[in-house]
Design a protein around this ligand. Structure first.
Ligand code: ACM
Length: 713
């Protein structure tokens, strides 16, 4: 009996701790284990740091100084210790860091660390440099402020990652992403303990790397926007200093038009070529009605796409030299060869290639691609690089150390090469299925990515968020990737049972502010884009509307862009429409949803007042926007949304009134208003109103769970 009582008390203590933790910690990703204790370590101007480590560990000293100055800037306390050096070894410093060995960023390196904060001292311990880097990011998120000042909460953290590959793929080919932008994204990745930047550096639309051996690659294969070798090397070091490796991707044999602008002799067809989107989308199906009846699989299968000639030995000689050159720039032991979406059409259309296939008893273009991949595998091996390819490289002869990158959803829309666990039987696998950020899905969908619920095999290395940039450029990419990639980072770092969506969103929006403070431009880009849309007039009312708009989910916007005539490609169309600039996850929606949930559960008066305040502001906003809309063609795309939001808000206020008066159960009224709201909730001109389901919940009295998936098209 006594035992049971003690256990019960322990259980409740743990629950209390958990509750306290869940409502106050702002860590992203959440650590493997943490125990919040009572008390605070106060940060003052006397905050000092000491290090017990190998003095040669320059990465470590740089990181500690960066963190110290970040805290200094945040608190404004003017810390007295100018630089932290190897001579700072005092046991009584405010923050004592102890590390045993030097380590560099690498897949599989120990990334564990522990933090102990009590009222007297903060301690960070790790077996190696990388663990300290991860722990320093935790410390930067752990600080807090109360009415006395800044502090670290007393806590014990024991942390290490669930997966060893936690990546972000950025496509710098469709739109060029500048060196500076890349650097800021690396900072953001470091903040959430991601460790691989997968950099998609060439595609049909652009070749983004300087080659000294083959300069026509960048000179003819881009619009002049490419990274110099000096920049590439600098970024590799910048990433390494933050515990991140860079894995370059050079997509081949398809997605390769830009290579052929300067070197048409490498292609399966004579050319000439210039970099740019494949120009075939509109040509294949000039009649828009016919297009609708054509499946995506058919379109992809019939798309003419420039492709390397796999039967030409000169291709392999060229690629051998090129890979050798890139291996001197990118030291990580991996290279991604893409190999996705090659429909084989360019090969079938070349009689010499068809003859080669016959001569060599190659049955079909899938087998020819297999041959191409095997040749690239050998070239990469020569330069000690492990081959990674999108799942299309999969075949039963593929060498065991080639890494498969799963991306195709297993919904049958396009041919998938297998389920993740099957692919992982003989190969290491990376998962980007369900992590495509360019699909405009809300963060909770990435967070709940089913691929990770079922990720059973130890061969699953981890995954990568993927930001393709047909619809993202230097001006909006920060808000496209962040903060949503934080949810992906947490899925890859934290234990599987860290899965409370409400708490994830609470921390995600705090993380969004952290990123702003760090220098990422997602918030300032949004505000600047709104000012562009109002021609410099005040943005407040427009923002009341756009704060509750989201881009249409899936690939509808992308497909529309692809079917535009050749002179209006996605590369030349400015990404400054409302759908290009609004956040995928509306923070207002999340707050409003929470209030509606609390109100419907408890009829909480405070929640009701806040809901009313939102509804009244939306109801009135349409009138206030009249002047902004007048003569502004760029905003006609959201005028209907503004009206609909006002009408929806009126319905919401009516619903609250009816609940108060006890007349909310009028079935005919509920049906009529729900139907109206359903219409308002539909995507229109590439955006949709994000708060309609919550207003609908006021009408029906029931807040439905959010959809587990949305259609891609
Ligand atoms: C891909 O999205 N084609 C890898």
């Amino acid at each position: 009996m006594k035992k049971i009582t003690l256990l019960t008390i322990l259980f409740f203590c743990q629950l209390t701790m958990y509750a306290q933790q869940a409502t106050s910690l702002k860590l992203m990703p959440m650590p493997k284990q943490s125990m919040l204790n009572i008390g605070k370590y106060r940060i003052t101007g006397k905050f000092t740091v000491s290090i017990q480590a190998n003095t040669a560990d320059t990465t470590l000293y740089k990181a500690i100084n960066r963190t110290y100055q970040a805290l200094n800037r945040k608190t404004g306390l003017i810390f007295g210790q100018q630089y932290i050096t190897a001579t700072d070894r005092s046991d009584s410093a405010s923050l004592v860091i102890a590390v045993k060995t030097i380590a560099s960023a690498a897949i599989g390196v120990d990334e564990s660390y522990s933090i102990k904060v009590d009222e007297k001292q903060v301690k960070l311990e790790a077996p190696n440099t990388i663990g300290v880097l991860r722990g320093l990011e935790t410390l930067l998120q752990l600080w807090d402020k109360d009415n006395i000042g800044y502090y670290f909460p007393c806590i014990v953290i024991d942390d290490s990652p669930r997966f060893k590959w936690r990546g972000l793929m950025i496509d710098a080919a469709r739109h060029f992403i500048t060196f500076d932008e890349m650097r800021k994204n690396i900072d953001a990745m470091a903040a959430v303990k991601m460790n691989v930047l997968h950099w998609h550096l060439s595609d049909d639309e652009g070749f983004r790397v300087e080659s000294k051996l083959f300069p026509k690659l960048q000179l003819d294969g881009s619009n002049g926007d490419y990274y110099t070798q000096a920049q590439l090397k600098e970024l590799v070091v910048y990433a390494k200093d933050r515990g991140i490796i860079i894995v370059p991707e050079f997509d081949m044999p398809g997605h390769s038009q830009s290579w052929f602008a300067g070197y048409p002799e490498l292609a399966s067809q004579p050319g000439p070529y210039r970099p740019g989107p494949r120009g075939q989308w509109q040509k294949e199906h000039p009649d828009p009605n016919a297009r609708k009846s054509t499946s995506l699989a058919d379109i992809i299968a019939n798309l003419e796409a420039p492709t390397f000639d796999p039967t030409n030995e000169k291709v392999y000689a060229f690629l051998d030299k090129f890979v050798g050159e890139m291996a001197t720039i990118f030291p990580a032991g991996y290279m991604h060869i893409g190999a996705d979406e090659n429909n084989g059409l360019a090969w079938r259309q070349n009689p010499a290639i068809a003859a080669y296939m016959q001569q060599h008893n190659i049955q079909n273009t899938d087998d020819l691609q297999k041959y191409f991949v095997s040749r690239m595998y050998a070239i990469l091996k020569k330069y000690h690089r492990q081959l990674i390819g999108w799942e299309e490289i999969y075949n039963d002869k593929l060498p065991a150390d080639a890494i498969l990158h799963k991306w195709i959803p297993t919904d049958g829309m396009i041919k998938s090469y297998g389920k993740t666990n099957d692919l992982a039987t003989h190969h290491s696998v990376l998962i980007s299925e369900g992590f495509y950020l360019d699909m405009f899905m809300p963060a909770y969908m990435y967070y709940n990515n089913p691929a990770f619920v079922n990720a059973a095999s130890p061969n699953i290395l981890g995954g990568e968020g993927a930001q393709w940039t047909e619809l993202a450029d230097n001006n909006n990419i920060d808000g496209r990737i962040w903060p949503r990639a934080g949810a992906i980072a947490e899925r890859l770092w934290s234990p599987a049972n860290v899965n409370d969506v409400d708490d994830m969103y609470r921390r995600l929006f705090l993380f969004r502010n952290q990123l702003d403070e760090q220098g990422l431009s997602h918030i300032s880009n949004y505000e600047r884009a709104l000012r562009r849309l109002t021609n410099g007039a005040p943005i407040e009312n427009l923002q009341t509307l756009t704060d509750v708009l989201a881009p249409v989910k899936g690939y509808r916007k992308l497909m529309a862009a692809m079917f535009k005539p050749a002179q209006a490609t996605f590369q030349t169309t400015a990404l400054t429409n409302v759908s290009d600039i609004v956040f995928v996850d509306s923070e207002t929606k999340r707050k409003f949803r929470r209030l509606v949930q609390i109100y419907l559960e408890k009829k909480d008066k405070n929640a009701e007042e806040q809901i009313k305040a939102y509804l009244i502001s939306w109801q009135q906003n349409d009138g206030l926007l009249k002047l902004v809309f007048a003569g502004n063609k760029r905003l006609t795309e959201v005028e209907d949304h503004s009206k609909n939001l006002a009408t929806a808000a009126t319905i919401g206020l009516d619903a609250l009134n009816r609940i108060d008066k006890g007349t909310a159960n009028d079935a005919a009224w509920v049906k009529q208003q729900s139907n109206a709201l359903d219409e308002f909730g539909k995507a229109h001109n590439e955006t949709e109103i994000a708060v309609i389901p919550e207003i609908g919940a006021l009408v029906t009295g029931h807040l439905s769970n959010e959809p587990v998936s949305y259609s891609a098209f």
